[in-house]
Design a protein around this ligand. Structure first.
Ligand code: ZN
Length: 167
């Protein structure tokens, strides 16, 4: 199954050589059943392989992957110097991250990861704010000093409201 997404042999070899390699075919099947189009699915598989490769560079085994590592992976994507098939362009960063998340969920579903997912209610104001900054910089090109000014107001508001005002 995976072969149909990476027709160029050296790409396929590189992707399969990551620790997630043995699980990518079943992940592809899962994503296919969920109805993703070819290119979105390919981007996610590439992201999943990249995430597992990056974790290997951090000397983490595949059993230890967790949603908590997605923030670090997002930072890695900004400065990534990995080999060509794993690198992602800016436009496809979201796909790579979604692929990393899908891989974690897939491995948990298959019983390879036994650590439970994080509770949504545990979102902390710091993480919310750094997510906001990343979004503003990416989508709007907002400067750092502007974000610092926003930061004071937002952190005040969040500490008053809690991280999940709807809850
Ligand atoms: Zn990389």
């Amino acid at each position: 199954m995976i072969g149909s997404y990476f027709k160029w042999g050296s790409y396929l070899k590189r992707v399969l050589s990551t620790p997630a390699g043995p699980h990518l075919s079943s992940l592809a099947e899962d994503l296919h059943k969920q109805g993703f189009s070819y290119w979105v699915l390919r981007g996610r598989l590439q992201g999943a392989a990249h995430f597992s490769d990056w974790n290997q560079q951090q000397q983490r085994s595949i059993e230890c992957l967790h949603e908590d590592m997605l923030g670090g992976f997002e930072i890695h994507l900004l400065t990534c110097r990995c080999s060509t098939p794993l690198q992602v362009c800016k436009r496809h960063r979201d796909r790579a991250l979604a692929g990393a998340r899908a891989l974690i969920q897939h491995l948990r579903h298959r019983g390879i990861i036994t650590c439970p997912p994080p509770l949504m209610t545990e979102a902390d104001p710091g993480a919310l704010f750094s997510g906001f900054c990343a979004w503003m910089q990416c989508q709007r090109g907002t400067q750092e000093n502007t974000l610092r000014a926003y930061g004071r107001v937002i952190k005040d508001a969040l500490s008053g409201l809690g991280a999940d005002p709807s809850g």
